[in-house]
Write a protein that binds this ligand. Structure first.
Ligand code: SF4
Ligand code: SF4
Length: 168
């Protein structure tokens, strides 16, 4: 297959996300009624085409715009990476809301020159983001559409998905 054009300009993506807000909401409702497994298979294939062509180290936008929620293992790993106790990690880097514990600062404290300085110890959510290789795409649609404006991988996968399933 011929490589198709990918948009990676973050300002353009942000502007297009505003313009396409209504269209994306319509697309979300449309996908809800589509077969979950068929959609997953399509998203996984498109993600395999798109993700390797986008260089996260020239972007780093998720680390600037999103705070990952942290589990116990993440806190252990952060303690190891920073040589602090878990209590110090919690007090220094995190805050708590009704959904759980997340990093306090944006951009992330551990981001330097668009690179993660604790890469080997980064939280599981960071490792898995933008989660498009995971099953259950349709069940996570609201969050995926929210992140369409900030992540070029999500933006391009969604746009390709619209094209391939003939969404108008
Ligand atoms: S821990 Fe690393 S990968 Fe996760 S948000 Fe911070 S800089 Fe990004
Ligand atoms: S996952 Fe998305 S937002 Fe994060 S660095 Fe890669 S392209 Fe950018």
């Amino acid at each position: 297959m011929e490589a198709y054009y990918l948009e990676t300009d973050l300002d353009k993506i942000k502007a297009l996300a505003i313009l396409r807000k209504e269209e994306n909401e319509k697309f979300r409702r449309y996908l809800k009624n589509r077969n979950l497994h068929k959609t997953d298979a399509l998203v996984h294939r498109i993600n395999e085409e798109v993700a390797p062509r986008i260089n996260c180290t020239t972007c780093g936008n998720c680390c600037k715009e999103l705070s990952p929620y942290l589990n116990k293992e993440d806190l252990n790993n952060l303690a190891e990476a920073t040589r602090k106790s878990i209590e110090e990690v919690i007090a220094t880097y995190t805050e708590k809301d009704e959904e759980g514990v997340s990093f306090t600062h944006l951009p992330c404290t551990f981001l330097a020159d668009n690179k993660c300085t604790i890469y080997q110890h980064r939280p599981q959510t960071c490792h898995s983001f933008p989660h498009l290789h995971n099953p259950g795409f349709t069940s996570r649609l609201r969050r995926v559409i929210d992140n369409y404006a900030i992540c070029p991988i999500i933006f391009n996968v969604i746009e390709r998905l619209k094209l391939e399933i003939g969404f108008q």
